[in-house]
Ligand binder design. Structure first.
Ligand code: NAD
Length: 480
């Protein structure tokens, strides 16, 4: 694969100091290509280009419906290149090809959804008194920075970039150093549109260099960050010192709460899919199973049997699980597993899977852990791998307490045929999304997504996310 370039102010560029970073294929452990190691100068050029374009008459003249058409054009390009993009995403992240396709389809939907919204976000008129007209308009906010993680690169880029451009902002994206392939393709598609140069910019590089410079840049006006709590806190601090609003999408320790009156087959399948998607490297992974005590044995028998049928292998071969991103992530997961082995019971999995010729790739058996103390590190922190921890509860009160017992609050699944019980739990659980008798609702481009507690701040996806990228101006006109 050819060396990749950044896209700054309508030009393809290497970094100012020509440094590069290797991009590896998690399925083989081999290097596929390189990206420029973007640093301060590069980020500065991108932000200044975005600022100049934001202030230009050329960008102001692009009507809202025209911005929408441009986003539809990008959606059409993604559709046209769906097969290529699905393979790239799958190779880059190590996700099974079917999941690569699902991510590309979601990206298409984001560009279509926000393209359609571009001319539909309206203001208000406010009754004050006779002789005074008061109205509120929503204006774009300016240069928006988008820092993207490695686990869902094209989806996460698309959801915030499409909303920001729909509302008339300009954009600087920093893709994750491990997974820049599809972001580069999106830059190509923007390059082929009639958007003024400088509306969409893509910089590559390490988080502590390019990312840190972008989040603290004095010319950005909004920051959207998706990633870990630690980095999210650092970027929020940087933005705060410039008085810049942030939208933070951070991690999770999401529970699936299973009652004995559920449809057992559907619940088993839902719980399994919730933890194995992208080999558990998903912010909304259902990493905790809370099960009604009296139902535990019956449910776990089926669940463990199902886990034993799951296949693990190279992303393009489309197994149930692909590899873990890299050795660093793998070691981190294994630390949690060895800790859990000391203080609890591993019911299935927990070992490395080796592939001939791919000795550097990190494959892991999907794992179920039982009897973890509720306050242990493995029960409280995000493992970010295919590891499900099981806990039991006696009644609804205990289920609610357990569900709320971590610092996170991103997603919750509830499995029961009793809709009253489901509603009671829903209303008492700290969680940005609640799924009843399903988990994830097929991605849900239209549904607001974000966290309670340390899972984040603000919402992405859906109509509500458009407001992240606007600011409100009130206008009062006196007439006699
Ligand atoms: P990360 O925080 O290490 O990195 C995320 C991005 O931030 C990357 O582009 C990285 O280069 C950049 N970055 C790193 N250090 C930085 C710094 N000092 N300043 C500015 N930018 C910096 O996270 P990750 O390992 O890429 O992703 C995994 C984490 O992301 C998990 O915790 C997961 O739960 C979370 N996540 C959340 C969501 C969500 O929508 N809630 C979605 C996906 C991932």
């Amino acid at each position: 694969m050819e060396a990749l370039k950044m896209y700054i102010n309508g030009k393809w560029e290497d970094g100012h100091d020509k440094g590069t970073i290797n991009v590896n294929n998690p399925s083989t452990g081999e290097t596929m290509t390189t990206i420029p190691r973007g640093k301060e100068d590069d980020v500065d050029r991108a932000v200044k280009a975005a600022k100049d374009t934001f202030r230009s008459a050329e960008w102001r003249r692009v009507k809202p419906f025209e911005r929408g058409r441009i986003l539809f054009g990008v959606a059409a390009q993604i559709k046209e290149n769906r097969d290529e993009l699905a393979r790239l995403e799958s190779m880059d992240v190590g996700k099974p090809l079917t999941q690569g396709y699902a991510d590309i389809d979601a990206a298409i939907r984001y560009f279509e959804f926000y393209g359609g919204a571009a001319d539909k976000v309206m203001g208000d008129t406010i009754p004050i008194e006779d002789g005074l007209i008061d109205y509120v308009i929503r204006e774009p906010i300016g240069v928006t920075a988008h820092i993207v993680p490695w686990n869902y690169p094209i989806q996460i880029l698309s959801r915030s970039v499409a909303a920001a451009i729909a509302m008339g902002n300009t954009v600087v994206v920093k893709s994750a150093e491990d997974t820049p392939l599809t972001a580069t393709k999106i830059a190509e598609y923007f390059d082929q549109t009639s958007l003024p140069k400088g509306v969409f910019n893509h910089v590559t590089g390490y988080g502590y260099e390019a990312g840190a410079t972008l989040s603290s840049h004095p010319l950005i006006n909004h920051l959207t960050f998706t990633g870990s709590v630690g980095t999210g806190t650092a970027v929020a601090n940087a933005a705060t010192s410039n008085v810049v609003p942030v939208t933070l999408e951070l991690g999770g320790k999401s529970p699936n709460i299973v009652f004995s009156d559920c449809d057992i087959d559907k619940a088993v399948e839902g719980v399994v899919k919730a933890i194995i998607q992208n080999a558990g490297q998903t912010c909304s992974a259902g990493s905790r199973l809370l099960i009604e005590e009296s139902f535990k044995e019956t449910f776990l028998d089926k669940l463990v049997d199902r886990f034993k049928t799951l296949s693990v292998g190279p992303a393009l071969d489309d197994h149930d699980l692909g590899p873990i991103l890299n050795q660093k992530q793998f070691d981190r997961i294994m630390e949690f597993i060895s800790l859990a082995e000391r203080e609890s019971t591993v019911l299935t999995g927990g070992r490395r899977v080796t592939y001939e010729h791919y000795e550097n790739a990190c494959y892991l058996e999907p794992t179920v852990i039982d009897n973890l103390p509720l306050d242990s590190k493995a029960a409280q922190e995000e493992i970010f791998g295919p590891v499900l921890s099981v806990f039991t509860f006696k009644d609804e009160e205990e289920a609610i307490e357990m569900a709320n017992s971590t610092d996170y609050g991103l997603v919750t699944g509830i499995w029961t045929r009793d809709i009253n019980k489901a509603h009671l739990l829903m209303s008492r659980i700290d969680s940005g999304q609640v799924f009843i008798n399903n988990y994830g609702a097929g991605g849900g481009v239209q549904m607001p997504f974000g966290g309670y507690k340390k899972s984040g701040f603000g919402r992405e996806k859906g109509w509500i996310a458009l407001y992240n990228y606007t600011q409100v101006k009130n206008v009062a006109i006196k007439f006699d």
